[in-house]
Design a protein around this ligand. Structure first.
Ligand code: MN
Length: 153
């Protein structure tokens, strides 16, 4: 099964990089406010450059230059394409649905393109939806190491 990863990235502005393995690379979106388990929240997701699969478990401090700042793997796991089309085609069409099997994020999610450089990341209303809790605040630690962004300094 392909993997997904959400890296919390304390760059010039804190954001979460949401990445899906598609055809051997990590297709990537920067999500300024991070994923929400509340189906009413439609989180802006700005497409950014693909990353190599090797980057999926990267945690550490990026030095000077673009993206400088600390990175933790906030969540990771497998995902399953829940749409009719292969993932690359679904993304080319601007609408993908998938089931996440992460340590924190679970269930069905959608990525919907609303403009060339603007997508929305939306939780579907299934048994894993949660309108009460804020996972980003409740579970700030790395899914791999337990460290927080603050631990990295
Ligand atoms: Mn980033």
């Amino acid at each position: 099964m392909p993997i997904f990863v959400v890296q919390k990235h304390d760059a010039r502005r804190l954001h979460y990089d949401f990445r899906l393995e598609v055809d051997g690379v990590l297709r990537s979106w920067a999500v300024p406010r991070g994923p929400s388990t509340n189906p009413s929240d439609k989180r802006l997701a700005v497409p950014v450059e693909d990353h190599s699969l090797e980057y999926a478990d990267f945690e550490g401090v990026i030095g000077e230059g673009y993206g400088a700042g600390s990175v933790i793997v906030w969540d990771t796991g497998d995902y399953e394409n829940a749409g009719r089309l292969p993932m690359a085609e679904a993304l080319a069409e601007g609408h993908a649905v998938f089931e996440l099997q992460g340590r924190k994020l679970r269930g069905r999610w959608a990525l919907q393109r609303v403009a060339d450089d603007r997508w929305l990341l939306i939780k579907a209303a299934d048994e894993h939806a949660d309108r009460e809790h804020d996972l980003l605040a409740d579970r700030p630690e790395s899914a791999l190491s337990g460290r927080t962004i603050e631990d990295l300094g």
